[in-house]
Design a protein around this ligand. Structure first.
Ligand code: FAD
Length: 345
């Protein structure tokens, strides 16, 4: 109740003219910038140019100033940097307080964030605190000609329609965008810009959680969104033990392991590996779908793969309609044969 009242109060009649510029939230893990932030800098540059405004980046972390060169090279005009030991690891409280303060002070018109675990955690909280809306999980961005507003596109109703959402009454216009929907821009290291150091406003006790330990998921799962090769298993893999075959093929190719929701729901593999509408969006060079039927919700997460290879024992499986190469057969026989062949290369 209190939060809704707070949003309603903040929503009354803001002066939209005070909000200027496009911002990209830079996500960094242990001092390296995630690909999605570069992708958004590339797209943010286009939006900023179309709006005739500047592109700024927000960089929060510990000892992260050395990353500014890379951010300018990907297209930013200006970078707001907030540093401190309290930002060594991502925390919901520390980052929400800091990002909210930056928005209230500098008033951007548009904010782009990655639809990653951190972006999905931070985006809605910050939007709520500054009294605006958030279009989550976008797959495209444009400028609406009639209004000049950002047109945020995202799948809706189970992926059956693509909804375009405008934010006419509030500022900033905020959204999270899935990784891999935009290409990483070519970097120009001759570009420079203004770095604005902002002092942290986080007080002792503000961060209510304590990080005890970071437990890495299986290495084959971690880089799903950035992997060039993905081998994914579905219900047709039949048993959890058989996922070892999927892992082995992925390892031989130097790739990552994906899964359909059916395989995740069966408890054969962690949810971290799920690809699709409620899982991850991936864009590898090659996606090998093993024992996956090709439901629309799965396709939603992997249709931007350059090449799709499907292995399914049913020749009428829908996955074959979108696959570039299809192998009709028992995945439990085909995968070992592929492993043996790839090992020869
Ligand atoms: P099935 O549809 O059961 O297909 C199994 C396939 O394996 C069949 O085609 C069969 O012919 C084949 N097969 C069986 N045995 C073998 C064998 N030995 N060798 C080779 N092939 C074999 N799904 C996702 O994947 N990701 C999502 O993010 C997602 N989000 C969803 C969100 C919503 C709101 C809803 C309603 C559903 C969502 N789903 C999602 C579920 C989706 O609709 C499907 O149920 C799911 O993708 C099916 O998984 P599957 O292809 O592994 O299983």
């Amino acid at each position: 109740g209190a939060i809704i009242r707070e949003v309603e109060e903040k929503s009354v009649a803001i002066d939209k003219g005070l909000y200027k510029g496009v911002w990209v939230y830079i996500e960094q893990v242990n001092g390296s910038i995630r690909n999605v932030s570069h992708e958004l800098l590339g797209e943010g540059r286009k939006l900023a140019d179309a709006m005739g405004q500047e592109l700024a980046a927000v960089l929060i972390g510990q000892n992260v100033s050395n990353l500014t060169k890379e951010i300018f090279a990907s297209g930013a005009d200006k970078i707001y940097v907030v540093e401190g030991p309290e930002f060594r690891h991502y925390s919901t409280d520390g980052y929400t307080i800091t990002f909210t303060d930056l928005i209230n002070t500098y008033r951007p018109s548009v904010i782009l964030m990655g639809a990653t675990n951190d972006g999905r955690d931070l985006g809605p909280r910050v939007a709520c605190r500054v009294g605006t809306g958030l279009t989550a999980d976008c797959t495209n961005l444009d400028i609406d000609e009639a209004t000049g507003l950002v047109a945020w596109t995202r799948p809706a109703f189970g992926g059956n329609i693509m909804a375009t959402i405008l934010c006419p009454d509030h500022r900033p216009q905020m959204g999270t965008i899935r990784p891999k929907v935009f290409k990483r821009p070519d970097q120009d290291f001759s570009r420079t810009g203004e770095v604005i150091q902002v002092a942290s406003k986080v007080q002792p006790g503000d961060i209510r959680t304590k990080l005890i330990e970071v437990i890495q998921g299986s290495t084959v799962a971690c880089n799903l969104e950035e992997a060039e090769f993905i081998v994914a298993g579905g219900r047709g893999i039949c048993k959890p033990e058989n996922f070892k075959l999927i892992e082995e093929l992925a390892a031989v190719l130097g790739g990552a392991v994906g899964a359909s929701r059916a395989a995740v729901d069966a408890g054969w593999i962690p949810a971290l590996n799920q690809v699709g509408q409620t899982g991850k969006t991936v864009g590898p060079k090659v996606y090998i779908a093993c024992g996956i039927s090709g439901a629309i919700q799965h396709i939603a997460g992997m249709s931007s793969a350059d090449i799709v290879i499907a292995i399914n024992k049913d020749p009428d499986a829908p996955i074959f309609k979108m696959a570039d190469y299809g192998i009709v057969g028992d995945a439990l026989e085909v995968i070992p044969a592929l492993i043996a062949e790839f090992k020869k290369i």
